[in-house]
Design a protein around this ligand. Structure first.
Ligand SMILES: [Zn+2]
Length: 274
């Protein structure tokens, strides 16, 4: 029953993440444009409000506002056969897929430790990580507005005893997570003259270090590098990307973090670590 309730909440959170992943980068873009205009002395015209709550959810193609029955996670997609009710434009399969994945993630947290504060903290952390992976895939950005609070939240969760890492291990996890990738970045930059990754990646590994402790980091970096290489090879073979094209590392890091969270190769969530 716990698992079922968690899955239902997860479906709804997944639906929210779809919106967040779509809107947050656009909100950042607008903010940047406004700042730029402000400093260049030619303020932009007043724009209609655009944030997580406004305007109401609508079809990106025909702009029709969605009705409540079009917003039920997964089921609306199935009911509408993957098409907008108004203009028949196909809706990406990614939307229901994200909802299902997040529902499973929430169910997994409830399965591991029931309907507890720990489970809620982990479920929210996992949801934020999934959002980061998707935003990185779409835009090659890992917004500070998610990574930084999530890192602090990891340290707080650790201090409350909700994670298996002690506060000291979590603190060093955040430090080591950031510095290790920063070091790799600096070396790569000196040797090749190219930027191998972005500062967002350092912060994301700091997040994983804060939530899982520094001990989890070697396994995560190893797994993420392997996953990254495999994904690039597959994308190259299927001609989805060209040689030397920039490629986001965030999704691989998130995948590695989730594996060590749920499967416990490095960490078995709240039960069996070390
Ligand atoms: Zn439409």
């Amino acid at each position: 029953m716990d698992i079922f309730i968690a899955a239902l909440i997860g479906l709804q959170i997944g639906s929210f993440l779809n919106l967040l992943v779509w809107r947050l980068p656009r909100m950042m873009e607008r903010e940047l444009a406004q700042k730029h205009a402000h400093y260049s002395g030619s303020p932009l015209e007043e724009q209609a409000a655009f944030n997580l709550f406004f305007p109401r959810s609508h079809c990106p193609s025909c702009k029709a506002t969605l009705r409540v029955r079009d917003l039920i996670p997964v089921f609306s997609y199935l009911f509408l056969k993957g098409k907008c009710a108004h203009c028949n434009t196909s809706i990406s399969f990614r939307y229901p897929l994200v909802e299902i994945v997040v529902a499973l993630a929430w169910a997994g947290c409830a399965y591991k430790c029931g309907l507890t504060w720990q489970a809620l903290a982990w479920a929210l952390c996992v949801s934020a990580l999934i959002a980061l992976a998707l935003i990185d895939m779409d835009t090659m950005y890992l917004p500070d507005s998610i990574t930084l609070p999530l890192m602090w939240a990891g340290l707080i969760a650790s201090s409350l005893g909700w994670t298996l890492a002690s506060l000291v291990d979590a603190m060093w996890g955040a430090v080591a997570g950031y510095l290790s990738l920063w070091l790799v970045y600096q070396i790569f930059l000196r040797v090749t003259g190219k930027e191998g990754m972005g500062a967002g990646d350092f912060k994301l590994l700091a997040v994983l270090g804060a939530w899982l402790g520094w001990m989890a980091l070697p396994g995560i970096v190893f797994f993420a590098s392997l996953a990254g290489v495999l994904i690039v090879i597959v994308l190259r073979f299927t001609q989805k990307i060209n040689a030397g094209a920039p490629f986001p590392f965030g999704p691989s890091l998130v995948l590695a973090g989730l594996v060590s969270l749920y499967c416990g190769s490095i960490t078995d969530y709240l039960g069996l670590i070390f």
